[in-house]
Design a protein. Structure first.
Ligand SMILES: [Mg+2]
Length: 388
């Protein structure tokens, strides 16, 4: 068997929202199809992948550098020992041949996107949902199809007002989410507190709010927010300072004893390890948001999970960024704490297979081969257009 083609298309996911750092007026992503010569149900198996929102499409890197490496490799060198399926680890090593270490930049996004498509193909060839394949190969064999999800939104947008924010957050609660997230740092501290208090008034018993500063704050501002946020008993305080400023994060932990979260902009096991080594993150309460689709894919994420275990962290402290089905499958297969969800944004790429309902902030994944994209009609029709 072999890979016969790798296709990439850069697609718009633009909207008029903004967080504390960027707006999304020109946001794109890369959609990738890995076409194999394996036939299932009378058709070639095609694996699909895309990168998460917040980083742009990686068409140049994928088309000029990474896809050619796989297509030029001897097909047998990319197969597992059975010879009947692709080996994601060998494929990863081939993608990363002639790449120096460090300076991860955004090549991790290009590799992560291809890696997602490879895992989708591998699970389809095996005839299994990806979460079951992962549980069998790397877990205890038992997938847990019920996964915690929270609703991420609460961006700033023109003409929103507090009423617009309240309407949005209420709609997430009405759709079954018990944890909702809003942005901070795109307005003054006083204005942000008003917006937070407006959302807190909507919450019933067992419902919680998380806030996300998108790496905007310097240390004094992060501490000022920490003091103001402490009485609110938030689900978490996310990405207060620059994602690579581990000293800031460690110092902030001295001023905020409630849960914090970060990691979505750390793109390698080595960067994640530096956060664990130097960021003062607390394994008993904090949350890690590494997103495999931005950070060299699941092959690298498996290394990150090993590193976390070696440092006393449970995979259940990981709730990845990105709101895609790949992380849902990893959560179900390997016991992560849950996954982000953007109920109204970045469609058709985010979300769940059709018919999956959120109940008490949990979804139950259907038994679809691969990652499960075929269960989401609007997404799958985009994917089919790329592969046909
Ligand atoms: Mg975030």
């Amino acid at each position: 068997m072999k890979i016969i083609d790798i296709r990439e298309s850069t697609r718009p996911i633009k909207s008029n929202i903004r967080n504390a750092y960027i707006d999304f007026s020109k946001m794109t992503l890369s959609l990738v199809a890995v076409v194999t010569d394996v036939i299932r149900d009378g058709k070639p198996v095609v694996g699909y992948g895309f990168n998460s929102n917040g980083r742009y499409g990686q068409g140049g890197l994928i088309r000029e550098r990474f896809a050619p490496r796989l297509l030029e490799a001897a097909p047998a060198s990319l197969l597992d020992d059975s010879g009947d399926n692709l080996d994601p680890h060998k494929i990863w090593a081939t993608l990363m041949s002639n790449e120096k270490p460090g300076g991860h930049g955004e090549r991790s996004v290009a590799v992560g996107t291809i890696d997602m498509a490879v895992w989708d193909a591998v699970a389809k060839i095996a005839g299994l949902p990806l979460y079951q394949l992962l549980a069998d190969r790397y877990g205890n064999g038992q997938a847990n199809r019920k996964v915690f999800v929270y609703a991420a939104g609460g961006y700033y947008w023109p003409g929103q007002g507090v009423e617009g924010l309240e309407r949005e957050m209420q709609s997430y609660l009405d759709r079954g989410y018990a944890v909702v997230k809003k942005k901070i740092g795109g307005a003054s501290l006083a204005e942000d507190c008003k917006r937070i208090e407006a959302v807190l008034k909507l919450l019933g018993p067992g419902q919680r709010l998380a806030v996300d500063a998108n790496g905007r704050f310097d240390l004094p501002t992060a501490i000022a927010y920490a003091k103001a946020l402490s009485p609110y008993d938030l689900f978490w305080y996310e990405e207060a300072g620059d994602p690579l400023d581990f000293a800031l994060q460690a110092e902030l932990a001295q001023h905020y004893d409630k849960p914090m979260a970060t990691g979505e902009n750390l793109f390698s096991m080595q960067d994640a390890r530096n956060l664990i080594r130097y960021g003062g993150m607390r394994a008993d309460r904090d949350w890690l948001q590494f997103d495999c689709a931005l950070s060299y894919g699941l092959v690298e994420y498996l290394r990150t999970l090993d590193m976390l275990r070696d440092n006393g962290w449970s995979p259940s402290r990981c709730i990845p960024h990105g709101g895609h089905q790949m992380s849902l499958a990893i959560a179900a297969g390997l016991g992560l704490g849950g996954n982000e969800s953007y109920p109204d944004l970045f469609q058709p790429y985010g979300g769940f297979p059709d018919g999956v309902k959120v109940q008490d902030s949990y979804v139950t994944l259907p038994e679809l081969p691969g990652i499960g994209f075929e269960g989401k009609a609007d997404l799958y029709s985009e994917m089919c257009r790329l592969a046909s």
